[in-house]
Design a protein around this ligand. Sequence first.
Ligand code: NDP
Length: 485
Amino acid sequence: MAFDYDLFVIGGGSGGVRAARVAAQGGAKVALAEEDRYGGTCVIRGCVPKKLMVFASEFASTPTEAQAYGWDMSLGDFDWQKFSGKLNEELDRLEGVYRNLLKNSGVESFDARARLKDAHTVELSTGESVTAKHILIATGGHPVRPDMPNAHLGMVSDDIFHLKKLPKSVLIIGGGYIACEFAGILNGLGVEVTQYYRGAQILRGFDDEARGLIAESMRENGINLHLGTNILEMAPASADHSASHAGTASDAAMGASAGDAADLLPGAGARGEPVWVKATNGAENVFDAVFFATGRDPNTADMGLEEVGVEIGRRGEIVVDEYSQTAVPSIYAIGDVTNRVALTPVAIREGMAFVDTVFNGTPTPVDHDLIPSAVFTQPELGTVGMSEEEAREQEPVEVYCTSFRPMRTAFAGKPDRVLFKLIVSEKTRKVLGCHIVAPSAGEMIQLAGIAVKMGATKEDFDRTVAVHPTMSEEIVTMKTPMRTA
Ligand code: NDP
Protein backbone atom coordinates (compact mmCIF):
# COMPACT_ATOMS: atom_id res chain seq x y z
CA MET A 1 0.00 0.00 0.00
CA ALA A 2 1.28 3.43 -0.89
CA PHE A 3 1.16 5.97 1.91
CA ASP A 4 1.15 9.77 1.65
CA TYR A 5 4.12 9.92 4.04
CA ASP A 6 6.75 7.63 5.52
CA LEU A 7 6.26 9.37 8.86
CA PHE A 8 3.54 11.56 10.32
CA VAL A 9 4.45 13.25 13.61
CA ILE A 10 1.74 14.60 15.89
CA GLY A 11 3.15 17.36 18.09
CA GLY A 12 5.70 20.08 17.32
CA GLY A 13 7.59 20.17 20.63
CA SER A 14 11.22 19.31 21.24
CA GLY A 15 10.81 15.55 20.73
CA GLY A 16 8.48 15.66 17.72
CA VAL A 17 10.42 18.31 15.84
CA ARG A 18 13.73 16.51 16.38
CA ALA A 19 12.39 13.15 15.21
CA ALA A 20 10.65 14.72 12.18
CA ARG A 21 13.64 16.62 10.93
CA VAL A 22 16.21 13.88 11.51
CA ALA A 23 13.99 11.36 9.70
CA ALA A 24 13.47 13.84 6.85
CA GLN A 25 17.20 14.61 6.61
CA GLY A 26 17.74 10.87 6.21
CA GLY A 27 15.46 10.86 3.15
CA ALA A 28 12.05 9.99 4.62
CA LYS A 29 8.93 11.83 3.49
CA VAL A 30 7.73 13.46 6.68
CA ALA A 31 4.83 15.64 7.83
CA LEU A 32 4.06 17.08 11.25
CA ALA A 33 0.89 18.54 12.79
CA GLU A 34 0.88 21.04 15.65
CA GLU A 35 -2.33 22.57 16.97
CA ASP A 36 -0.67 25.27 19.07
CA ARG A 37 2.71 26.98 18.87
CA TYR A 38 5.80 25.24 17.48
CA GLY A 39 8.42 24.53 20.11
CA GLY A 40 5.97 22.98 22.57
CA THR A 41 6.11 23.16 26.34
CA CYS A 42 9.87 23.61 26.66
CA VAL A 43 10.20 26.54 24.30
CA ILE A 44 6.85 28.27 24.65
CA ARG A 45 5.63 27.65 28.20
CA GLY A 46 8.33 25.79 30.08
CA CYS A 47 12.10 25.55 30.30
CA VAL A 48 13.04 28.53 28.12
CA PRO A 49 10.73 31.29 29.43
CA LYS A 50 11.14 29.86 32.95
CA LYS A 51 14.94 30.10 32.76
CA LEU A 52 14.72 33.68 31.46
CA MET A 53 12.47 34.45 34.44
CA VAL A 54 15.03 32.83 36.75
CA PHE A 55 17.69 35.15 35.32
CA ALA A 56 15.38 38.16 35.75
CA SER A 57 14.61 37.25 39.36
CA GLU A 58 18.22 36.66 40.38
CA PHE A 59 19.25 40.25 39.68
CA ALA A 60 17.32 41.17 42.83
CA SER A 61 20.20 40.05 45.04
CA THR A 62 22.91 41.73 42.93
CA PRO A 63 22.88 45.23 44.51
CA THR A 64 23.30 44.05 48.10
CA GLU A 65 26.16 41.78 47.10
CA ALA A 66 27.72 44.49 44.95
CA GLN A 67 27.47 46.97 47.84
CA ALA A 68 29.45 44.56 50.03
CA TYR A 69 32.12 44.51 47.34
CA GLY A 70 32.35 48.29 47.37
CA TRP A 71 29.93 49.27 44.63
CA ASP A 72 27.43 52.03 45.04
CA MET A 73 24.39 50.27 43.67
CA SER A 74 20.75 50.09 44.64
CA LEU A 75 17.77 48.04 43.54
CA GLY A 76 15.27 49.88 41.41
CA ASP A 77 11.82 48.66 40.35
CA PHE A 78 11.21 45.61 38.24
CA ASP A 79 9.22 46.40 35.11
CA TRP A 80 7.18 43.28 34.33
CA GLN A 81 5.67 44.78 31.17
CA LYS A 82 9.10 45.53 29.77
CA PHE A 83 10.41 42.07 30.62
CA SER A 84 7.38 40.14 29.39
CA GLY A 85 7.30 42.11 26.11
CA LYS A 86 10.90 41.15 25.47
CA LEU A 87 10.22 37.58 26.62
CA ASN A 88 7.37 37.24 24.12
CA GLU A 89 9.51 38.62 21.32
CA GLU A 90 12.12 35.98 22.14
CA LEU A 91 9.50 33.21 22.15
CA ASP A 92 8.20 34.40 18.77
CA ARG A 93 11.76 34.26 17.45
CA LEU A 94 12.28 30.75 18.79
CA GLU A 95 8.98 29.55 17.37
CA GLY A 96 10.15 30.85 13.99
CA VAL A 97 13.40 28.93 14.42
CA TYR A 98 11.45 25.72 15.06
CA ARG A 99 9.23 26.25 12.04
CA ASN A 100 12.28 26.90 9.87
CA LEU A 101 14.08 23.82 11.17
CA LEU A 102 11.18 21.75 9.88
CA LYS A 103 10.87 23.61 6.60
CA ASN A 104 14.60 23.50 5.87
CA SER A 105 14.66 19.75 6.51
CA GLY A 106 11.82 19.21 4.05
CA VAL A 107 9.14 18.42 6.66
CA GLU A 108 5.63 19.48 5.66
CA SER A 109 3.86 21.19 8.58
CA PHE A 110 0.15 21.37 9.28
CA ASP A 111 -1.15 23.97 11.76
CA ALA A 112 -3.92 21.65 12.87
CA ARG A 113 -5.08 19.23 15.51
CA ALA A 114 -4.60 15.60 14.52
CA ARG A 115 -6.63 12.55 15.43
CA LEU A 116 -6.04 8.90 14.59
CA LYS A 117 -8.52 7.21 12.30
CA ASP A 118 -6.73 3.90 11.99
CA ALA A 119 -3.23 2.48 12.36
CA HIS A 120 -2.01 4.46 9.33
CA THR A 121 -4.46 7.33 8.95
CA VAL A 122 -4.56 10.73 10.59
CA GLU A 123 -7.50 13.11 10.37
CA LEU A 124 -6.71 16.80 10.68
CA SER A 125 -8.93 19.54 12.07
CA THR A 126 -8.64 21.23 8.67
CA GLY A 127 -10.74 18.36 7.29
CA GLU A 128 -7.83 16.69 5.51
CA SER A 129 -7.05 13.03 5.99
CA VAL A 130 -3.54 11.68 5.37
CA THR A 131 -1.88 8.29 5.54
CA ALA A 132 1.58 7.37 6.81
CA LYS A 133 3.60 4.19 7.15
CA HIS A 134 4.60 5.24 10.67
CA ILE A 135 2.91 7.63 13.08
CA LEU A 136 4.81 9.22 15.96
CA ILE A 137 2.86 10.78 18.82
CA ALA A 138 4.74 13.51 20.66
CA THR A 139 1.88 15.56 22.09
CA GLY A 140 3.45 16.24 25.50
CA GLY A 141 1.46 17.00 28.63
CA HIS A 142 -0.49 19.72 30.37
CA PRO A 143 -0.62 21.06 33.93
CA VAL A 144 -3.41 19.71 36.12
CA ARG A 145 -5.37 21.23 39.00
CA PRO A 146 -6.48 19.17 41.99
CA ASP A 147 -10.02 17.85 41.87
CA MET A 148 -11.68 20.34 44.25
CA PRO A 149 -14.48 22.92 44.09
CA ASN A 150 -13.39 26.23 42.53
CA ALA A 151 -10.04 24.84 41.37
CA HIS A 152 -10.59 26.76 38.13
CA LEU A 153 -9.82 29.94 40.12
CA GLY A 154 -6.20 28.84 40.36
CA MET A 155 -3.60 29.52 37.69
CA VAL A 156 -1.24 26.91 36.29
CA SER A 157 2.27 27.28 34.89
CA ASP A 158 0.97 28.05 31.36
CA ASP A 159 -0.73 31.18 32.74
CA ILE A 160 2.35 32.69 34.36
CA PHE A 161 3.82 33.70 31.02
CA HIS A 162 0.62 35.57 30.11
CA LEU A 163 0.32 37.68 33.27
CA LYS A 164 -0.36 41.31 32.45
CA LYS A 165 1.15 42.30 35.76
CA LEU A 166 2.64 40.56 38.74
CA PRO A 167 0.38 39.72 41.67
CA LYS A 168 1.29 41.24 45.03
CA SER A 169 0.84 37.91 46.75
CA VAL A 170 0.65 34.36 45.49
CA LEU A 171 -0.05 30.98 47.04
CA ILE A 172 1.78 28.15 45.29
CA ILE A 173 0.45 24.63 45.80
CA GLY A 174 2.89 21.74 45.35
CA GLY A 175 6.47 20.83 46.17
CA GLY A 176 7.83 19.58 42.85
CA TYR A 177 10.10 21.18 40.25
CA ILE A 178 7.59 23.75 39.04
CA ALA A 179 6.34 24.80 42.49
CA CYS A 180 9.84 25.33 43.89
CA GLU A 181 11.24 27.03 40.80
CA PHE A 182 8.35 29.50 40.59
CA ALA A 183 8.44 30.15 44.32
CA GLY A 184 12.02 31.37 43.80
CA ILE A 185 11.25 33.29 40.62
CA LEU A 186 8.22 35.14 41.96
CA ASN A 187 9.91 35.81 45.30
CA GLY A 188 12.90 37.27 43.47
CA LEU A 189 10.60 39.49 41.40
CA GLY A 190 9.12 40.93 44.57
CA VAL A 191 5.91 38.92 44.94
CA GLU A 192 4.98 37.77 48.47
CA VAL A 193 5.17 34.00 48.07
CA THR A 194 3.44 31.44 50.27
CA GLN A 195 3.89 27.78 49.36
CA TYR A 196 1.89 24.83 50.69
CA TYR A 197 3.28 21.36 50.23
CA ARG A 198 1.28 18.41 51.54
CA GLY A 199 4.30 16.19 52.30
CA ALA A 200 7.00 16.36 54.97
CA GLN A 201 9.64 17.84 52.65
CA ILE A 202 9.64 19.45 49.18
CA LEU A 203 11.15 17.82 46.07
CA ARG A 204 10.10 14.26 46.84
CA GLY A 205 12.44 11.70 45.29
CA PHE A 206 15.57 13.88 45.49
CA ASP A 207 18.31 13.35 48.09
CA ASP A 208 17.00 14.21 51.57
CA GLU A 209 19.94 16.37 52.60
CA ALA A 210 19.73 18.34 49.36
CA ARG A 211 15.97 18.83 49.77
CA GLY A 212 16.52 20.05 53.32
CA LEU A 213 19.07 22.66 52.29
CA ILE A 214 16.88 23.91 49.43
CA ALA A 215 13.89 24.27 51.78
CA GLU A 216 16.03 26.12 54.34
CA SER A 217 17.41 28.45 51.67
CA MET A 218 13.94 29.14 50.27
CA ARG A 219 12.81 30.21 53.72
CA GLU A 220 15.90 32.34 54.24
CA ASN A 221 15.13 34.04 50.92
CA GLY A 222 11.72 35.03 52.27
CA ILE A 223 9.43 32.32 50.90
CA ASN A 224 6.68 31.35 53.32
CA LEU A 225 7.02 27.60 52.96
CA HIS A 226 4.50 25.49 54.85
CA LEU A 227 5.13 21.75 54.88
CA GLY A 228 2.46 19.20 55.74
CA THR A 229 -0.08 21.77 54.55
CA ASN A 230 -2.52 21.70 51.67
CA ILE A 231 -5.34 23.77 50.30
CA LEU A 232 -8.70 22.68 51.71
CA GLU A 233 -11.16 25.19 50.24
CA MET A 234 -10.99 28.11 47.86
CA ALA A 235 -13.47 30.71 46.68
CA PRO A 236 -13.49 34.12 45.00
CA ALA A 237 -12.34 36.64 47.59
CA SER A 238 -15.24 38.88 48.50
CA ALA A 239 -15.15 42.09 50.47
CA ASP A 240 -16.50 39.94 53.28
CA HIS A 241 -13.48 37.63 53.16
CA SER A 242 -11.02 40.49 53.14
CA ALA A 243 -12.75 42.20 56.03
CA SER A 244 -13.17 39.08 58.11
CA HIS A 245 -9.75 37.61 57.55
CA ALA A 246 -7.23 40.35 56.90
CA GLY A 247 -5.08 40.88 59.93
CA THR A 248 -6.03 37.70 61.74
CA ALA A 249 -3.35 35.81 63.62
CA SER A 250 -3.13 33.28 60.81
CA ASP A 251 -2.61 36.04 58.26
CA ALA A 252 0.23 37.43 60.27
CA ALA A 253 1.80 34.00 60.56
CA MET A 254 1.42 33.38 56.84
CA GLY A 255 2.61 36.86 55.94
CA ALA A 256 0.13 37.05 53.08
CA SER A 257 -1.80 40.01 51.82
CA ALA A 258 -3.97 40.63 48.82
CA GLY A 259 -3.10 43.58 46.63
CA ASP A 260 -4.80 45.03 43.61
CA ALA A 261 -5.10 41.89 41.55
CA ALA A 262 -7.76 42.82 39.03
CA ASP A 263 -6.79 42.06 35.43
CA LEU A 264 -3.83 39.81 36.16
CA LEU A 265 -5.01 37.60 33.33
CA PRO A 266 -7.43 39.59 31.17
CA GLY A 267 -9.87 37.36 29.35
CA ALA A 268 -9.35 34.43 31.73
CA GLY A 269 -12.56 35.06 33.68
CA ALA A 270 -12.29 34.60 37.43
CA ARG A 271 -8.84 33.04 37.09
CA GLY A 272 -6.44 35.74 38.09
CA GLU A 273 -8.82 37.42 40.55
CA PRO A 274 -8.08 37.40 44.32
CA VAL A 275 -8.85 34.11 45.98
CA TRP A 276 -9.84 33.25 49.54
CA VAL A 277 -8.16 30.07 50.73
CA LYS A 278 -8.63 27.83 53.74
CA ALA A 279 -5.65 25.58 54.48
CA THR A 280 -5.61 22.16 56.11
CA ASN A 281 -4.03 23.78 59.18
CA GLY A 282 -7.12 25.97 59.56
CA ALA A 283 -5.48 29.21 58.36
CA GLU A 284 -7.60 31.43 56.11
CA ASN A 285 -6.04 33.95 53.79
CA VAL A 286 -6.70 35.99 50.69
CA PHE A 287 -4.11 35.85 47.91
CA ASP A 288 -3.95 37.82 44.68
CA ALA A 289 -3.41 34.55 42.90
CA VAL A 290 -3.30 30.84 43.60
CA PHE A 291 -0.90 28.85 41.45
CA PHE A 292 -1.36 25.09 41.17
CA ALA A 293 1.95 23.35 40.44
CA THR A 294 0.43 19.97 41.15
CA GLY A 295 1.80 17.89 38.33
CA ARG A 296 1.22 17.33 34.63
CA ASP A 297 -0.81 14.75 32.73
CA PRO A 298 -0.12 13.38 29.24
CA ASN A 299 -2.04 14.87 26.30
CA THR A 300 -3.94 11.83 25.06
CA ALA A 301 -7.58 12.91 25.27
CA ASP A 302 -9.76 12.77 22.19
CA MET A 303 -7.07 11.55 19.83
CA GLY A 304 -8.73 8.28 18.86
CA LEU A 305 -5.89 6.34 20.49
CA GLU A 306 -7.80 3.61 22.28
CA GLU A 307 -10.16 3.19 19.34
CA VAL A 308 -7.23 2.18 17.11
CA GLY A 309 -5.75 -0.10 19.79
CA VAL A 310 -3.08 2.07 21.47
CA GLU A 311 -2.82 1.12 25.13
CA ILE A 312 -3.32 3.93 27.64
CA GLY A 313 -1.98 3.72 31.21
CA ARG A 314 -3.45 4.84 34.53
CA ARG A 315 -2.35 8.48 34.24
CA GLY A 316 -3.54 8.71 30.66
CA GLU A 317 -0.07 8.01 29.27
CA ILE A 318 0.65 6.06 26.10
CA VAL A 319 2.18 2.72 27.02
CA VAL A 320 5.30 1.99 24.96
CA ASP A 321 8.10 -0.56 24.93
CA GLU A 322 11.82 0.23 25.18
CA TYR A 323 11.79 1.26 21.49
CA SER A 324 8.88 3.70 22.09
CA GLN A 325 6.56 1.42 20.10
CA THR A 326 2.89 1.27 21.18
CA ALA A 327 0.57 -1.73 21.09
CA VAL A 328 -0.11 -0.81 17.43
CA PRO A 329 3.10 -1.64 15.51
CA SER A 330 2.93 1.37 13.14
CA ILE A 331 2.40 3.85 16.00
CA TYR A 332 5.19 5.10 18.28
CA ALA A 333 5.17 7.68 21.07
CA ILE A 334 7.92 9.75 22.70
CA GLY A 335 8.29 12.45 25.34
CA ASP A 336 5.96 13.53 28.14
CA VAL A 337 2.96 11.80 26.55
CA THR A 338 4.57 8.50 27.57
CA ASN A 339 5.12 9.68 31.18
CA ARG A 340 8.57 8.08 31.43
CA VAL A 341 11.01 10.86 32.35
CA ALA A 342 9.35 14.21 31.65
CA LEU A 343 12.41 16.17 30.57
CA THR A 344 13.11 17.85 27.22
CA PRO A 345 16.51 16.25 26.56
CA VAL A 346 14.98 12.85 27.28
CA ALA A 347 12.20 13.44 24.71
CA ILE A 348 14.88 14.43 22.19
CA ARG A 349 16.86 11.26 22.96
CA GLU A 350 13.70 9.19 22.56
CA GLY A 351 13.06 10.89 19.19
CA MET A 352 16.58 10.11 17.97
CA ALA A 353 16.33 6.49 19.15
CA PHE A 354 12.99 6.19 17.32
CA VAL A 355 14.56 7.40 14.06
CA ASP A 356 17.51 5.00 14.47
CA THR A 357 15.15 2.12 15.17
CA VAL A 358 12.58 2.75 12.45
CA PHE A 359 14.49 4.54 9.68
CA ASN A 360 18.17 3.73 10.15
CA GLY A 361 17.89 -0.03 10.69
CA THR A 362 19.51 0.18 14.15
CA PRO A 363 17.07 -0.90 16.85
CA THR A 364 17.97 1.47 19.70
CA PRO A 365 16.37 1.13 23.12
CA VAL A 366 16.19 4.40 25.01
CA ASP A 367 18.72 4.65 27.84
CA HIS A 368 16.94 6.19 30.84
CA ASP A 369 19.71 5.40 33.30
CA LEU A 370 21.71 8.12 35.11
CA ILE A 371 19.97 11.16 33.66
CA PRO A 372 21.39 14.37 35.16
CA SER A 373 18.86 17.09 35.93
CA ALA A 374 18.61 20.43 37.66
CA VAL A 375 16.00 22.26 39.65
CA PHE A 376 16.39 26.01 39.14
CA THR A 377 15.77 27.16 42.69
CA GLN A 378 18.05 29.56 44.62
CA PRO A 379 20.46 27.91 45.05
CA GLU A 380 20.03 25.38 42.25
CA LEU A 381 19.94 21.64 42.75
CA GLY A 382 21.92 19.53 40.33
CA THR A 383 21.62 15.80 40.61
CA VAL A 384 22.61 12.58 38.87
CA GLY A 385 22.14 9.01 40.01
CA MET A 386 20.75 7.71 43.24
CA SER A 387 19.89 9.63 46.39
CA GLU A 388 21.51 8.41 49.60
CA GLU A 389 18.15 6.94 50.61
CA GLU A 390 17.77 4.97 47.35
CA ALA A 391 21.37 3.79 47.26
CA ARG A 392 21.51 2.42 50.77
CA GLU A 393 18.38 0.36 50.05
CA GLN A 394 20.34 -1.25 47.24
CA GLU A 395 23.78 -1.87 48.78
CA PRO A 396 26.25 -0.71 51.45
CA VAL A 397 27.45 2.80 50.61
CA GLU A 398 29.86 5.47 51.79
CA VAL A 399 28.52 9.00 51.91
CA TYR A 400 30.91 11.90 51.23
CA CYS A 401 29.39 15.25 51.96
CA THR A 402 30.40 18.81 52.63
CA SER A 403 28.34 21.92 53.22
CA PHE A 404 29.85 25.37 53.56
CA ARG A 405 29.42 29.08 52.94
CA PRO A 406 30.85 29.86 49.49
CA MET A 407 33.47 32.58 49.19
CA ARG A 408 31.46 34.98 47.05
CA THR A 409 28.42 35.36 49.29
CA ALA A 410 30.28 34.76 52.57
CA PHE A 411 32.40 37.86 51.76
CA ALA A 412 29.16 39.78 51.32
CA GLY A 413 28.04 38.61 54.76
CA LYS A 414 25.24 36.43 53.43
CA PRO A 415 24.33 33.18 55.19
CA ASP A 416 23.99 31.13 51.94
CA ARG A 417 25.27 27.57 52.12
CA VAL A 418 26.12 25.06 49.40
CA LEU A 419 26.25 21.28 49.48
CA PHE A 420 28.38 18.77 47.58
CA LYS A 421 27.62 15.10 48.09
CA LEU A 422 28.79 11.82 46.61
CA ILE A 423 27.25 8.42 47.26
CA VAL A 424 29.83 5.68 46.70
CA SER A 425 29.35 1.93 46.45
CA GLU A 426 31.47 0.21 49.13
CA LYS A 427 31.91 -2.79 46.88
CA THR A 428 32.60 -1.39 43.40
CA ARG A 429 33.79 2.08 44.55
CA LYS A 430 31.60 3.55 41.79
CA VAL A 431 29.96 6.91 42.40
CA LEU A 432 26.28 6.00 42.45
CA GLY A 433 24.95 9.48 42.99
CA CYS A 434 26.17 13.08 42.94
CA HIS A 435 24.11 15.91 44.43
CA ILE A 436 25.03 19.56 44.33
CA VAL A 437 23.13 22.45 45.88
CA ALA A 438 24.85 25.64 44.79
CA PRO A 439 24.56 28.58 42.41
CA SER A 440 25.02 27.14 38.89
CA ALA A 441 24.65 23.55 40.13
CA GLY A 442 22.85 22.83 36.83
CA GLU A 443 26.02 23.72 34.94
CA MET A 444 28.19 21.65 37.30
CA ILE A 445 26.07 18.52 37.25
CA GLN A 446 26.18 18.32 33.45
CA LEU A 447 29.94 17.72 33.72
CA ALA A 448 29.84 15.52 36.82
CA GLY A 449 27.16 13.54 34.97
CA ILE A 450 29.69 12.48 32.33
CA ALA A 451 31.96 10.96 34.97
CA VAL A 452 29.10 9.21 36.76
CA LYS A 453 27.69 7.89 33.45
CA MET A 454 31.15 6.56 32.57
CA GLY A 455 31.15 4.63 35.83
CA ALA A 456 33.82 6.71 37.58
CA THR A 457 34.92 5.48 40.99
CA LYS A 458 35.57 7.63 44.05
CA GLU A 459 39.28 7.11 43.37
CA ASP A 460 38.83 8.54 39.83
CA PHE A 461 37.33 11.65 41.41
CA ASP A 462 40.19 11.73 43.95
CA ARG A 463 42.96 11.63 41.37
CA THR A 464 41.50 14.60 39.52
CA VAL A 465 43.27 17.81 40.53
CA ALA A 466 41.09 20.48 42.08
CA VAL A 467 40.35 23.74 40.26
CA HIS A 468 41.10 26.41 42.83
CA PRO A 469 39.43 28.49 44.12
CA THR A 470 36.01 27.18 43.12
CA MET A 471 33.10 25.71 44.99
CA SER A 472 33.10 22.57 42.90
CA GLU A 473 36.68 21.65 43.80
CA GLU A 474 35.16 20.08 46.91
CA ILE A 475 33.84 17.29 44.71
CA VAL A 476 37.42 15.99 44.30
CA THR A 477 38.77 16.82 47.76
CA MET A 478 36.39 14.98 50.10
CA LYS A 479 38.71 12.47 51.75
CA THR A 480 36.74 10.85 54.58
CA PRO A 481 33.25 9.46 54.36
CA MET A 482 30.82 11.36 56.57
CA ARG A 483 29.03 8.09 57.23
CA THR A 484 28.49 4.61 55.89
CA ALA A 485 25.04 3.16 55.44
P1 NDP B 1 5.84 17.14 40.01
O1 NDP B 1 5.21 15.83 39.78
O2 NDP B 1 7.32 17.26 40.05
O3 NDP B 1 5.27 17.77 41.35
C1 NDP B 1 3.90 17.86 41.61
C2 NDP B 1 3.74 18.35 43.01
O4 NDP B 1 2.37 18.59 43.29
C3 NDP B 1 4.23 17.34 44.04
O5 NDP B 1 4.85 18.04 45.08
C4 NDP B 1 2.93 16.67 44.49
O6 NDP B 1 2.99 16.19 45.81
C5 NDP B 1 1.97 17.84 44.43
N1 NDP B 1 0.59 17.44 44.23
C6 NDP B 1 0.10 16.58 43.30
N2 NDP B 1 -1.24 16.48 43.43
C7 NDP B 1 -1.60 17.29 44.46
C8 NDP B 1 -2.83 17.61 45.07
N3 NDP B 1 -3.97 17.08 44.65
N4 NDP B 1 -2.82 18.47 46.10
C9 NDP B 1 -1.66 19.01 46.54
N5 NDP B 1 -0.47 18.75 46.00
C10 NDP B 1 -0.44 17.90 44.96
O7 NDP B 1 5.21 18.06 38.88
P2 NDP B 1 5.54 19.49 38.36
O8 NDP B 1 4.24 20.01 37.91
O9 NDP B 1 6.34 20.30 39.32
O10 NDP B 1 6.49 19.18 37.14
C11 NDP B 1 6.13 18.22 36.16
C12 NDP B 1 7.35 17.62 35.53
O11 NDP B 1 7.94 18.55 34.65
C13 NDP B 1 8.45 17.26 36.51
O12 NDP B 1 8.28 16.00 37.07
C14 NDP B 1 9.68 17.34 35.66
O13 NDP B 1 9.90 16.09 35.07
C15 NDP B 1 9.33 18.38 34.63
N6 NDP B 1 10.00 19.65 34.93
C16 NDP B 1 11.36 19.72 34.92
C17 NDP B 1 12.02 20.88 35.20
C18 NDP B 1 13.51 20.91 35.19
O14 NDP B 1 14.12 20.02 34.62
N7 NDP B 1 14.14 21.88 35.84
C19 NDP B 1 11.29 22.11 35.53
C20 NDP B 1 9.86 21.93 35.55
C21 NDP B 1 9.27 20.75 35.25
P3 NDP B 1 3.60 14.74 46.18
O15 NDP B 1 5.09 14.91 46.15
O16 NDP B 1 3.08 14.50 47.56
O17 NDP B 1 3.08 13.80 45.17
